[in-house]
Write a protein that binds this ligand. Structure first.
Ligand SMILES: [Cu+2]
Length: 342
């Protein structure tokens, strides 16, 4: 992984002699993928680092205390049993690697993969002394390939149809030490992938109003292969984004993004995850409606040294969360990213 990154970086220094200057707002906020295409023969590499934090619990829309969560019925025992422990907080660091290539002006191919590092803090029920423990997992996530097809492109508007496939390269058998076992399979959120082949389709539109740009993206992701090897699959995902950006300078723009996400419930469950153990192991506690705001900045270097290298930063805040069952509540997600095309 490191070698790939090093190669990318070297290729930047060798080939950074494009004549024209690229413009800051010709790409959308850094958290959005597939919002631009490339000209024939162009290649782009990207790296994004995202740090996501979750803290505390929600039951539906309502805040719920850890002890309350542990006293709630699990879905394993006819609602008569409760949970033995509860998640307290979670941190996820994600390194995202991307490549784009345009074989012609009407088609851009995109490849994305990532490496995740996750940590979840849990608390045991009062009967077990309320002690806390951490579980960790890391590894490669799922790979996403997609094709971006030009629908319309002129001075005022840019419309793209994207069709893609998520390939289950991420592990769904991540394990760690817990008070109950020295080698327990971790909960759904701690796994690195979905375990299923998931096709997705999206429409992206950007309207160009001089220094302002307004964009929309509608994405729908579903599932081909039904249950994965552990007996479950994630439900459909609908992801709606709209953003507005303002170009202050040729090399600097800022953006405001609104993102609505609907994740359907989970189908099936992993038999090795004990639903009595934790809300995080109970497949009933999956799925959500979420609304987020994102504040972003795009910068593009116009100096000779590392010319046309882009830097994007975005901070994403949850505005509304309606979670299915008991789940951890999102707090801030920060993303920083680098992009370079030649
Ligand atoms: Cu690109």
């Amino acid at each position: 992984m490191f070698l790939i990154f090093l190669t990318l970086f070297l290729s930047v220094f060798i080939s950074s002699h494009a004549d024209e200057l690229h413009i800051s707002d010709s790409h959308g906020p850094i958290s959005i993928m597939g919002e631009h295409m490339h000209n024939e023969g162009e290649v782009m590499f990207s790296y994004r680092f995202s740090n996501m934090r979750m803290h505390g619990l929600l039951n539906g829309e309502k805040k719920i205390a850890l002890r309350e969560a542990m006293a709630s019925p699990n879905s394993a025992s006819d609602n008569s049993g409760t949970y033995m422990n509860s998640p307290v907080e979670m941190r996820m660091d994600m390194h995202m690697f991307g490549a784009m290539y345009a074989p012609n002006n009407n088609l851009t191919l995109m490849l994305m993969t990532n490496y995740v590092e996750k940590e979840m803090k849990q608390e045991r029920m009062p009967m077990s002394g309320s002690s806390r423990f951490d579980v960790n997992s890391s590894g490669i996530g799922d790979i996403r390939i997609s094709g971006l097809i030009k629908i319309l492109q002129d001075n005022h508007q840019d419309a793209i149809l994207g069709i893609g496939l998520s390939i289950p390269t991420g592990s769904i058998d991540k394990r760690d030490v817990t008070p109950a076992s020295s080698n327990a399979r971790l909960g759904y959120a701690m796994q690195n992938g979905t375990g299923t082949l998931d096709p997705f389709i999206f429409l992206n539109n950007v309207n160009n109003l001089g220094k302002f740009k307004i964009g929309e993206q509608i994405l729908f992701k579903t599932n081909f292969s039904k249950h994965n090897s552990k007996g479950y699959h994630y439900g459909n995902l609908i992801d709606l984004k709209t953003w507005i950006s303002y170009r202050w300078l040729k090399n600097l723009s800022t953006s405001l993004k609104i993102n609505y996400k609907y994740q359907e419930k989970m189908f099936g469950s992993d038999n090795e995850m004990n639903k009595r153990m934790s809300p995080a192991m109970d497949s009933r506690n999956q799925g959500y409606n979420k609304l987020e705001f994102g504040f972003g900045l795009n910068f593009i270097n116009h100096k000779e040294f590392m010319k046309n290298n882009r830097l994007g930063i975005e901070f994403i805040f949850p505005v509304y969360q309606n979670l299915r069952g008991i789940q951890m509540s999102d707090s801030v997600n920060s993303i920083i990213g680098w992009q370079y095309s030649f």
